[in-house]
Design a protein around this ligand. Structure first.
Ligand code: AMP
Length: 608
């Protein structure tokens, strides 16, 4: 049976896992690492790099290296979060054709799902290499507080990467699945998930019969390690400006170096109380003297710079606990998920708030992917020994007269669900009503996200308030929302299935899928060639090293001269195939090269 993988598509790092013989396992990438940086780059030669190799060249190719694309996924060009990222990013972010966001790399603009698809494709390849078979299906995790547009954009990214996304699940829920998997636990747990870009808190009840029920969830999709790093960057930039009157932000390479150094210092300060940030030649171009940046950062200063960010997470925890109608002492276990939970101040604040020591039983970087793999396996094996009941992270409703948001399905409602409400016309002789489907927690419609719209026409003419329209919202197990509007007197009905939008059209997604497929084929071919080239060059070097000795032996014995001629022609052919980048010809040479190398070794060994 085809394996379905679980992918944690993180802001900073991504991780892929599967369930093998009943055991959830993280798959290491080729470098042996269990997580892969969610970074991509395009080199000057137009080559695409993903993961560690993209990260390694980020400083020298800052403008064409993308990190933290997840902060932009499913957002509109006009959103404040996009504006914030545009101002602080070392790569260029531009407006797309549908008010969406594009990232300009070299000569091309890429949509955000396309960038995320490159990371997903890498995770797919890691799994395929490990399993030795194609992988076409995945469960992908998203922050619990993602709205429907962000979820849809993540689904589109999966599709572009050649993956059928059989379910999108929430990251903290996945963590709880992994924690409770195969254990007879009966507990109310809080999952505090603080990652590179987002913060989530979910409170769940785990029952020993394999029922995982989310009671409440909340978060902030623009609050993570990136913001902590940005505070350190600000501190460094301001210090440098005060000393030299130079704004380091104007230099993309300097900015990327600052970001790197800030993250490194932050991580170091989880294990030590003071660290040195040392960036020689931070600005050199166009100046008579080179300037260096050197500053000591203490854990206390880092905590001071970022206190409000940590406090924001605690405020959200407080609110979520209230929403769940639970007291602190009813939380029996606190799970820490996400790399940022390694920061001592975060651990201390969580412990202080929940008044209990957080559990050390889960791996903060791997637990989400493991949970996704568990859900994937449960979906394909159709084993119903696990039931997952999640909630809607945001309220759903419609826009009413005066541009107000009228809620139909409250936040934290268990899905699947359906709710109805009766509305009346707001004008005399109104024959049509526009139903604007919205998602959010704000009273004014302009602050919420529009998910879709439709018009119910043919209403009977009557004074305002006389025509009654029943609006029904339904959310199925996959989180798909459908909305129906019915004129109660005439029974006239209109409905839509609300498909959130990533900002891409179907045609664009199809085109991006084809491009991604072509890129993968190109990459596979060039990797295959590289493998052959390395092997052929190793054998050729061996043969060249042995040749003078073999020639001496030939001169003094009856060993065939033609073997030496053949070897020389073989070496020349190999070199030509390398220059032509001809993988097939190179492969053909490999066996002959190996045979010759063995023969030469044997001859030399015999005569010594
Ligand atoms: P995640 O999204 O879960 O991969 O978390 C990534 C975030 O965790 C990044 O912002 C990292 O810089 C941060 N992180 C990783 N390790 C540490 C550490 N030891 N101390 C503080 N932050 C860390």
């Amino acid at each position: 049976m085809e394996k379905v993988i679980g992918i944690d598509l993180g802001t900073t790092n991504s991780c892929v896992a599967i369930v093998e013989n009943g055991t959830p396992t993280v798959i290491s990438n080729r470098g042996g690492y269990k997580t892969t940086p969610s970074m991509i780059a395009v080199t000057e030669a137009g080559k695409r790099l993903v993961g560690h190799i993209a990260k390694r060249q980020a400083i020298t190719n800052a403008e064409n290296t993308v990190s933290a694309a997840k902060r932009l996924i499913g957002r509109k060009w006009t959103s404040p979060q996009v504006k914030n990222t545009v101002a602080t990013s070392s790569y260029r972010i531009v407006e797309g054709p549908h008010q969406d966001v594009r990232i300009a790399l070299r000569e091309k603009d890429y949509s955000v799902p396309e960038i995320s698809a490159m990371v997903l494709q890498e995770m797919k390849v890691i799994a395929e290499d490990y399993l030795g078979q194609p992988v076409t299906k995945a469960v992908i995790t998203v922050p619990a507080y993602f709205n429907d547009n962000q979820r849809q954009a993540t689904k589109d990214a999966g599709e572009i990467a050649g993956l059928e996304v059989i379910r999108i699940i929430n990251e903290p829920t996945a963590a709880a699945l992994s924690y409770g998997f195969g254990r007879p636990v009966e507990k109310t747990v809080a999952v505090y998930d603080f990652g590179g870009g987002t913060f989530d808190i979910s409170i769940l009840e785990i029952a020993p019969n394999g029922v995982f029920k989310v009671i409440a969830t909340a978060g902030d999709t623009f609050l993570g390690g990136e913001d902590v790093d940005a505070r350190v960057v600000d501190w460094l930039v301001q210090g440098f400006k005060a000393e030299h009157d130079i704004d380091l932000r104007q230099d993309r390479m300097a900015l990327q170096r600052l970001k790197d150094a800030a993250e490194k210092a932050k991580c170091e300060l989880s294990g030590t109380v003071e660290t040195e940030i040392n960036l020689p030649f931070i600005i050199s171009s166009g100046r008579s003297e080179a300037l260096h940046l050197q500053r000591a950062l203490s854990r206390a200063t880092l905590e001071e710079l970022t206190l409000d960010l940590v406090e924001r997470t605690i405020d959200i925890c407080r609110q979520t606990l209230e929403d769940a109608r639970l007291a602190k002492d009813e939380i029996e276990e606190v799970l820490l998920v996400g790399g940022m939970t390694r920061m001592p101040k975060v651990q201390e604040s969580v412990q202080g708030f929940f008044e209990r020591e957080p559990s050390k039983g889960v791996h903060p970087d791997e637990v989400v992917a493991l949970g996704a793999a568990i859900q994937a396996s449960a979906l394909v094996d159709e084993k119903h020994d696990m039931i997952l009941l999640d909630v809607t992270p945001h309220a759903l409703g419609i826009m009413t007269f005066g541009s107000y948001f009228e809620e139909l399905i409250p936040q934290n409602t268990t899905v699947p669900t359906n709710r109805q409400k009766i509305f009346t016309t707001s004008r005399d002789n109104q024959t049509a009503v526009k139903i604007l489907v919205m998602q959010g927690e704000h009273e004014k419609a302009e602050d919420t996200d529009v998910l879709g719209e439709f018009i119910l026409t043919g209403l009977r003419r009557a004074a305002k308030g006389q025509v009654e329209i029943e609006v029904t919202f339904e959310i199925n197990a996959d989180g798909i929302v459908s909305v129906r509007a019915k004129d109660l007197e005439t029974a006239l009905e209109q409905s839509i299935q609300v498909t959130a939008t990533s900002g891409l059209t179907r045609d664009e997604i199809k085109q991006m899928m084809d491009n991604a497929k072509d890129d993968l084929v190109d990459r596979r071919v060039s990797e295959e060639f590289e493998g052959f080239r390395q092997e052929a060059q190793k054998l050729s070097a061996d043969i060249e090293r042995l040749l003078p000795q073999v020639e001496q032996i030939v001169a003094s014995s009856d060993f065939g001269r033609d073997a030496i001629d053949k070897a020389r022609s073989m070496l020349a052919k190999t070199q030509q195939a390398v220059e032509r980048k001809d993988a097939a010809a190179l492969k053909e040479q490999l066996e002959a090269l190996a045979r010759t190398q063995r023969m030469f070794k044997g001859v030399v060994a015999k005569t010594h």
